[in-house]
Design a protein around this ligand. Structure first.
Ligand SMILES: [Zn+2]
Ligand SMILES: [Zn+2]
Length: 322
């Protein structure tokens, strides 16, 4: 039986990992399954005429070009902030916010085909929502991610990005912040700036303000990381030129991956922290070319069947031919 109103974040006493228990989420729509056959847009909840009025938060353009709504099926829907239980069965109420940024009224528009001007508005919306969510009580971390395709966990085919505002900083971001700080303490430098130099043999693409590469120990096949050359910890610190260079990276990586692997699902993950001197913002793109199986689940060790060196070589060959 649930201990709080709504969802709860539970910590596993065996591993220290966390899960969110979300009652009722299995009832959400699965429009993507239908997307694979004949497309029936009347069922898409992100079509302009289908968006429920009470979910709308803000939009850009008239008629709207980008629309932000509340997620109708939020993972974080707790009503009791800071309510926690410690001990063997430790947990905290899943208090927080889930928002969806619908990137275009056009169901079939792909991120790689959006122009930089439109994508810059999208980035502007993400920054604005993030600032808004950070200003609310009890919010410790705002996460941005984009799932594209059923194999990446997207249940709706219409292009969208998700924002989750968490009541505690846990998981990957906490681990990365900790490693970045301890590296600086030990070596006196920034681990991500050092990575840009050391990962040179696996470089994908470099422009004026960003560098991307296939990480040495990539977990996913054709995984990439995008790092700003300047030491910044969050999106809001980027100049206009840097914003455009980041979007250039996203577009190039996604379209070249598509050229190499054909149409596929992928996730874009944003790793940023507000007002953190040590942290160096970065982004990852994970093509979902294989499913997680026994080794991954049993050992939390990932099997990657294409050497990052080979992937980066193939990638650069495509880059030159563009
Ligand atoms: Zn749609
Ligand atoms: Zn740095």
């Amino acid at each position: 039986m649930a201990q709080y109103d709504g969802s709860e974040i539970r910590r596993d006493y065996r591993t220290g990992f966390f899960s969110i228990i979300v009652p009722g989420r299995s009832q959400r729509p699965h429009e993507l399954e239908e997307d694979r056959g004949a497309q029936d847009l009347s069922k898409c909840p992100f079509e302009p005429q289908n968006i429920e009025e009470n979910l709308k938060i803000m939009h850009v353009g008239e008629p709207w070009e980008i629309m932000t709504i509340k997620n109708k099926f939020p993972e974080l829907n707790g009503e009791t902030p800071l309510d926690k239980k410690s001990g063997f069965l430790s947990s905290i109420s899943g208090y927080g916010y889930n928002e969806v940024v619908i990137e275009s009224p056009d169901h079939n528009l792909k991120l790689e085909d959006m122009d930089i001007k439109h994508l810059d508005k999208w980035l502007g919306v993400l920054i604005e929502r993030e600032e808004q969510l950070y200003s609310r009580n009890y919010i410790k971390y705002v996460q941005i991610f984009r799932n594209f395709g059923a194999d990446a966990g997207a249940s709706i085919g219409h292009p969208h990005t998700q924002i989750m505002a968490w009541p505690i900083m846990i998981g990957n971001i906490k681990r990365r912040a900790k490693i970045t700080s301890s590296y600086r303490l030990k070596k006196g430098s920034c681990i991500y700036e050092d990575a840009i130099k050391i990962e040179e043999p696996r470089r994908l693409y470099e422009n004026g303000s960003f560098s991307s590469f296939a990480p040495f120990a990539s977990r996913m096949t054709a995984e990439s990381i995008i790092i700003p050359k300047r030491h910044v910890s969050s999106l809001i610190e980027l100049s206009q030129k840097e914003r455009e260079d980041l979007l250039d990276e996203f577009k190039r990586i996604i379209s070249i991956n598509k050229a190499i692997f054909g149409g596929h699902s992928y996730n874009i993950l944003f790793y940023e922290l507000k007002k953190n001197e040590d942290f160096h913002m970065h982004f990852e793109i994970y093509p979902r070319l294989s499913t997680l199986a026994g080794v991954e689940l049993g050992q939390n060790v990932f099997v990657n069947t294409i050497e990052p060196e080979k992937y980066s070589q193939d990638f650069r060959a495509r880059l030159e031919s563009v």
